[in-house]
Design a protein around this ligand. Structure first.
Ligand SMILES: [Zn+2]
Length: 252
């Protein structure tokens, strides 16, 4: 499995599109090609080198994720796999539904909260595992609850995504790591978050460098039972803790 990160709107949205391909069969998908002027050159280069672009995959309907679909379709007439509200979507996989990209197994994981149509995608190629989390899980943080509840984010992060193998690499929709650390370190001052801080201070990009196992160590939204997190929020009920964390982060 080869993953090419394509940064978009660097310095403002700091989004990522991802071109994921099976090196053997050359099958590939493009995830969230929201800004075609920055993505199409990479797609053209890949297709010229023999890559077969199977589909667009969207993590959710927001414009900075699914807003490039129509423009990409002008060049590549391919299906669009994504949440029900994504522009021009042709296929919405059900929760747990699988499909193939060459030899890569892909599983759709519904994670409603940031939007109701949010879907994370687990890509598995042998022992190589990656999850594309859109605006649900960021490195060291999570998305805002625009269309959902703290219960839903708890389920998304701490049931659905936490159930993945610890070595699954995390590829989020934005490079928000530094901001997440700024908040997280106010809540917990543990070694794992200090290590993450050191990494983010010396590396502009953090996607794919950390795993679900790492997130359980340093992501406060995945540590609702941590006494330090409960102390920070002044709550003990996990849903109250989740809600208070999100409000505190929003008001930063
Ligand atoms: Zn979003």
């Amino acid at each position: 499995m080869h993953i090419e990160s394509i940064p978009m709107w660097e310095g403002t949205g700091n989004n990522y599109a991802y071109l994921v391909s099976d090196e053997k069969t050359k099958d590939a998908v493009i995830i969230d090609p929201a800004n075609p002027s920055e993505v199409l050159p990479s797609l053209k280069k890949a297709v010229d080198s023999g890559i077969k672009l199977n589909s667009i995959v969207n993590t959710h309907h927001h414009h900075d994720h699914a807003g490039g679909n129509a423009e990409v379709l002008k060049t590549y007439q391919i299906p669009i796999v994504g949440g029900k509200d994504c522009d021009k979507v042709t296929k919405t996989p059900s929760h747990g539904e699988t499909f193939k990209v060459g030899n890569i197994n892909v599983k759709a994981l519904h994670t409603p909260c940031h939007t109701q149509d949010s879907i994370c995608y687990l890509f598995e190629d042998g022992n190589d595992r990656a999850v594309f989390t859109g605006d649900t899980l960021f490195i060291g943080g999570c998305g805002r609850f625009f269309e959902g509840t703290p219960e839903e984010m708890d389920a998304a992060l701490n049931k659905t995504l936490a159930a993945l193998a610890d070595d699954t690499k995390v590829f989020p929709g934005h490079e928000y790591t530094k901001g997440n650390i700024k908040f997280g370190i106010k809540v917990i001052q543990s070694e794992p978050i200090k290590k993450l801080e050191a990494f983010a201070n010396s590396n502009k990009q953090t996607q794919g460098k950390f795993t679900i196992g790492d997130e359980k160590q340093f992501n406060v939204f995945m540590r609702l039972d941590d006494p330090a997190v409960q102390k920070f929020t002044g709550k003990t009920d996990r849903i109250d803790v989740m809600s208070a964390l999100r409000e505190a982060k929003n008001s930063m």
